[in-house]
Ligand binder design. Structure first.
Ligand code: F55
Length: 835
């Protein structure tokens, strides 16, 4: 029972919270209070960073209160929850989003203004949480936002990397990687939770014990224990619907770590071993497609998967006391790609070896609980681990994988394709060969209740090309969930001008019901709305032009068409196709100096995996070619090319609202979905793209006539491949193409001729694996259509509005509802403001 004093204190606290939300003076007092009492400085000498920290501390008062209410509701109702396991969460900055979601952004802005401080400047103090490579990591972040907004019981689990994706510097046109220390001076959003520390065993050997009755028991004698320390990042749902948790695990040596070595006088050796354990969560692997196959990476995957499962079991057993009868009713686990798939044998091991459950009962639980999302068809990205690495790190897991595989091949495959060894060889979790490998995707499919791709076409290819036999075996397991992005970050917070327009036309709830933005469509030809819409775009372009000047030192005209390609650098994404077109334009301008074209600014942003030489050469080529073009007086500023360094979430938030053209030009069949394509359309850019990934669904919503589709379809690509693709055919038969490809192998742009020539080489002798040359002519034609439309201001405004107003489907709220209804089967709960 609550004492009177406690009840009164609660009432006071509630009044306090409410005034903090609404009253500028109260907010001001709070910030100053935190500046003094939390940060330990004063208004007179506080740095911008200190002011930002005080602002976050103020927001946290509201956030933790809401978090407590959310957790109370979920605990008292014993809710079913989803656990989203992902090696990456690309959260970016949190300040603006959290203030907007708490509905205190304007209060905070005014309060700071009265203190003589610009809120935008403070928000620039925050370092991005760059704990991901690209689309996969950002998708996980958007999903957390939607889960909190829709108030579904959920936890995100990942790794607390000390260093996120490298910071990119450009020196003399080349990419240099620098460490990213996002929490060098502490991250005020995160909370350490010592009460939930886990210990994870690793290494060693397995002993087979035979009991007197002849039964055998496997006992794992691990070599080391690793401590997992959880750091919680609260994720605030829109208008405080709920606050969920992103829990990130940091590795530390255990207390008992090498006590013996230490006591024996091996102080230095003990420090070395300590460093080795801390290495596990030190750095994010910067590869977004090829699998590194490194021991440390498997260790990372196992470490966070095991910590997360132990955390899930601990919470479950708090109310279920080791009775696993309800486990699959209460728990859903989503595997974000194969990175956490080691969780499958780990849960088997925890249930069978540690909880004493029979194999069959454990397998039933496991196959009810897990689902797997595939994000790529690229063969080099499908994770395979050498068996010898498993033997070393996870000997007991290897045995369990063998057992799963044995039963699958001899019961399931044998029943369907009796005696067909070829089928068994193909479907086996173990790949035979000189170096035996564990195929993580096969393990994922065999153990999962549902397997999904991330766009319609991708899911079809997952079924038909990647797992044809599995989908014959279990057709009902395969499904599609088209990706989405959160409109709170990617419209409301990053494009306030556009948000205001939608507030007026669609009402203030459009960030929760993005379909309602369709209310703008009837105005697509209204001259006043067109002007309003394009004025917003122009203002955003002016702001981006200033940023370009600051970061690249290049002056660009905001009236020019802003043509943007921002994404990881990869051959399949074909930044070099874009570059060939730029060379083509430049060449035409040089040939006819009197020629007038639609002024264009080509804007790139991309990080290359540090060991991906060709990708780095393409970055170099963009920079040196851009430099030449930008300084060539003969073309009279009609063409500019800029490479914006250190592309990341916070930079995307500045670029996307200012884009006219969104380049989505992957070879058809290679981009699983794409998600920036959605963000661009929402913000009124027109897609110049192939019929690949989510582009297909985007133009179906916005109208093909309002976008510029070009190139081979998936079917065309397959047919050309089957008949035998020869890039020389295109090179020899297209004069313009030949000229620009040859231009790369010249001294025109740089002394480092080899770097540029390597691009030509890959397109000819290299066989042009992504069929750049085959799509070149069609790409040029699409650009021409875009330039023509841009000259017709009314036609362009119509298309821009139709794009922005038609993106309802691509809210990540819709994606989450699809997961909920088809896979997770969750209920959501209203979080009352009561505890
Ligand atoms: C990261 C690490 C490894 Cl080992 C492999 C891949 C990645 C990675 O970042 N992949 C990635 O971002 N994939 C992208 O996922 C998006 C979300 O589903 C898709 O939209 C996009 O098409 C896909 O390339």
């Amino acid at each position: 029972a609550e004492t009177k004093a406690v009840a009164a204190a609660k009432v006071d606290a509630r009044a306090d919270k409410n005034s903090l939300k609404l009253d500028v003076n109260v907010f001001k007092e709070k910030i100053v209070h935190h500046l003094r009492c939390t940060i330990g400085t004063s208004e007179k000498k506080a740095s911008k960073l200190a002011w930002w920290q005080a602002l976050v501390a103020t927001a946290n008062e509201l956030i933790f209160d809401r978090l407590t209410q959310t957790q109370y509701t979920h605990a008292t109702k014993d809710t079913r929850a989803v656990h989203y396991l992902s090696a990456e969460f690309l959260m970016g900055r949190l300040t603006v989003n959290n203030l907007v979601s708490l509905e205190v952004y304007n209060t905070a802005k005014s309060a700071l203004q009265e203190l003589g401080i610009d809120i935008n400047e403070l928000c620039e103090e925050e370092t991005d949480m760059a704990l991901g490579n690209g689309g996969l990591g950002r998708l996980a972040a958007c999903f957390m936002d939607s889960l909190a907004t829709l108030a579904y019981p959920s936890v995100g689990y990942g790794i607390h990397y000390e260093n996120g994706l490298f910071r990119q510097e450009i020196r003399e046109g080349r990419q240099i990687e620098r460490p990213d220390s996002w929490r060098e001076y502490g991250c005020p959003w995160e909370v350490c939770r010592p009460e939930s520390v886990q210990e994870v065993p690793i290494g060693g050997f397995v002993e087979t014990q035979t009991a007197p009755d002849g039964s055998i028991r496997k006992v794992w004698h691990p070599e080391h224990m690793i401590k997992g320390v959880p750091w919680d990042i609260p994720v605030v749902g829109f208008r405080g619907a709920s606050v969920t948790i992103l829990r990130l695990w940091e590795s530390r040596p255990t207390e008992s770590f090498n006590w013996d070595v230490f006591n024996a006088g091996g102080y230095v050796d003990a420090q070395n071993e300590k460093a080795a354990v801390e290495t596990i969560s030190k750095v994010l692997y910067p590869n977004d497609s090829t699998e590194a196959g490194k021991m440390l990476r498997l260790t990372q995957q196992y470490f966070f998967s095991s910590c997360s499962l132990r955390d899930i079991l601990r919470r479950y057993n708090r109310t279920h006391f080791h009775d696993y009868g309800e486990f699959a009713k209460k728990i859903a686990i989503q595997l974000n790609d194969t990175h956490p798939v080691i969780a499958i044998p780990e849960l088997m091991r925890l249930l069978v070896d540690e909880e004493g459950i029979s194999w069959d009962a454990a397998w039933e639980i496991v196959t009810e609980v897990f689902s797997y999302t595939n994000h790529t068809l690229l063969p080099e990205a499908l994770e395979k681990w050498p068996v010898y690495i498993f033997e070393k790190l996870l000997p007991r897991h290897l045995e369990i994988i063998y057992e799963i595989n044995y039963r699958f091949l001899n019961e399931v495959v044998e029943a369907k394709w009796s005696g067909d060894d070829e089928k068994k060889r193909k479907l086996s979790i173990i790949e035979e060969g000189p170096c035996k490998m564990v195929r993580m995707a096969n393990l994922a499919v065999i153990a999962s209740r549902k397997i999904n791709g991330v766009a319609e076409i991708h899911s079809k290819l997952v079924r038909e090309n990647l797992f044809p036999e599995f989908s014959t075996l279990w057709p009902d397991r395969f499904c599609n969930v088209t990706n989405g992005v959160t409109p709170r970050r990617w419209m409301l917070a990053c494009n306030p001008g556009l948000a205001e327009l939608y507030n007026e036309i669609a009402g203030k709830d459009w960030p929760l019901h993005l379909d309602s933005c369709a209310a703008l469509r009837p105005y697509a030809d209204d001259p006043q709305i067109q002007k309003r819409f394009m004025d917003i775009k122009f203002k955003n372009k002016v702001a981006l032009a200033a940023e370009i000047k600051k970061l690249c030192g290049v002056e660009v005209d905001p009236h020019a068409m802003f043509d943007v390609q921002i994404k990881r650098l990869h051959e399949y994404k074909r930044q070099h196709l874009n570059l060939l077109y730029i060379l083509h334009l430049y060449r035409k301008l040089l040939a006819d100096p009197a020629m007038r074209i639609v002024p264009q600014v080509f804007i790139f942003g991309a990080k290359a995996a540090p060991a991906y030489t060709l990708a780095k050469n393409i970055i170099y080529a963009i920079n040196v070619i851009g430099d030449k073009i930008n300084n060539d007086y003969r073309i009279r500023n009609q063409l500019k090319v800029v490479f914006m360094p250190n592309y990341r979430v916070s930079l995307a938030e500045k670029i996307i609202p200012a884009a006219d053209i969104s380049e989505q030009i992957s070879t058809a069949g290679y981009e699983a979905s794409g998600t920036s394509n959605m963000k661009f359309s929402m913000n009124g850019a027109l897609t110049l793209g192939t019929m690949d990934g989510a582009n297909i669904e985007i133009v179906a919503e916005a109208g093909v006539e309002n976008n510029f589709i070009f190139g081979m379809s998936v079917k065309d690509v397959q047919e050309l491949k089957a008949k035998g693709y020869n890039p020389w055919d295109f090179y020899n038969s297209n004069q313009d193409l030949r000229a620009v490809v040859d231009w790369l192998d010249s001294d025109f742009f740089t002394e480092d001729r080899q770097a540029l020539a390597s691009i030509k080489h890959s397109l000819l002798e290299g066989g042009d694996p992504y069929m750049v040359l085959a799509d070149f002519a069609s790409y040029c034609a699409a650009h021409k259509r875009a330039e023509e439309m841009y000259a017709d201001k009314a036609r362009w405004a119509h298309a821009a509005i139709m794009n922005s107003a038609s993106m309802g489907k691509f809210s990540s709220d819709r994606s989450i509802e699809d997961y909920v209804h088809n896979i997770w089967k969750l209920k959501n709960y209203e979080i009352k403001d009561e505890i």
